[in-house]
Design a protein around this ligand. Structure first.
Ligand code: AMP
Length: 307
């Protein structure tokens, strides 16, 4: 199994109704790597950071089988910075600040050793960069999964549509699905988005779970009802990491296996929100993850006798 992960590595500053963080480590590819490395190693990481990104943060991930050859370190530029504030419902947030810094002129270079990757996870990043990575792959990966966000729909809409054409699975949240399709109904939105390129569409609905659409089929994975949610940042990326990690581990890209993969993704996301930033993901054991996946099984398992 070989998995390549592309996305931002960042500093975040987060405000929730329950607390506030200073600059902490974040970024889409960071969360994806923390999550996916529980299922699949090595992971070939492609990203960019500035001089201010702590070396130890790369080392802890390397120790978990994340290869950093494709992570450029810009000696005289700052790391990407994002800051957001969550509303009381913890499902919606406002972006307070996005400082692209190293992302502004990022030209990704796919190292020779990354060629031949079977699975490609395009985490949230400049759409043109995501596209450039696809174009640099000499052999098309078996499955290309892409995540994005409303920010790129607003500042790089045309580029975004070009990448979407090239991918197999698109991951968006409910408001992004509506924005992308101009449809309020998620069923109509999904139908429209599935004509834009991807064969599979995952719509994340925060604490209300996630939907997987494929042709005329729909599958639903709930979110675990949690007593405390401290910080939803990175939940979507952690979900993506669990999803692609499971697919890469099993090497099965069928719709049936994608159903399991969205349960694994939901289980991983449920950990992410329990503490600030990547904190909770750093302390997880295999047993914790297995127990949580069992909880999901119990959550949706029921018997019925129909007369
Ligand atoms: P999520 O909560 O799953 O949507 O992901 C939040 C992470 O995405 C944060 O750690 C941010 O650093 C990162 N992020 C926020 N905005 C962007 C952006 N425009 N491009 C790439 N990454 C971003």
């Amino acid at each position: 199994m070989s998995l390549m992960v592309v996305g931002s590595m960042a500093f975040d500053a987060i405000e929730t109704p329950f607390g506030k963080s200073d600059r902490i480590i974040g970024g889409a590819a960071t969360y994806i790597a923390w999550s996916a490395s529980n299922f699949c190693q090595p992971i070939r990481q492609l990203s960019v950071v500035g001089y201010d990104f702590p070396k130890e943060e790369l080392t802890v991930l390397e120790d978990r089988g994340v290869v950093m050859e494709g992570v450029q370190i810009k000696k005289d530029e700052k790391t990407f910075f994002w800051s957001g504030r969550y509303h009381m419902d913890m499902n919606t947030r406002d972006t307070l600040d996005t400082q692209l810094n190293v992302l502004a002129n990022f030209e990704p270079i796919v190292p020779e050793s990354y060629q031949g990757a079977e699975f490609l996870m395009l985490g949230n990043l400049v759409p043109a960069v995501q596209h450039s990575v696809i174009k640099q792959m000499k052999e098309r990966p078996r499955l290309i999964v892409m995540d994005t966000m409303n920010f790129w729909m607003e500042v790089a809409h045309a580029d975004l549509l070009e990448v979407i054409k090239e991918v197999d699975v698109l991951l968006v949240n409910d408001s992004e699905a509506r924005e992308l399709s101009n449809e309020y109904s998620l069923v109509k939105a999904a139908r429209k988005i599935l004509t834009m390129g991807p064969k599979y569409l995952i719509i994340k609905k925060g604490e209300h779970g996630a939907l997987l659409f494929h042709g005329d089929n729909v599958f639903f994975a709930p979110a675990l009802p949690l007593e405390d949610v401290f910080d939803p940042t990175g939940a979507g990326d952690t979900f993506a990491g669990g999803f692609i990690g499971h697919i890469a581990r099993t090497r099965d890209i069928s719709y049936e296996n994608m159903k399991t993969a969205i349960i694994v993704g939901s289980a991983m996301a449920s950990f992410c929100v329990e503490k600030f930033g990547t904190e909770r993901l750093r302390e997880l054991s295999k047993a914790d993850i297995e127990a949580r996946i069992r909880q999901f099984q119990e959550l949706v398992n029921f018997d019925i006798e129909l007369v």
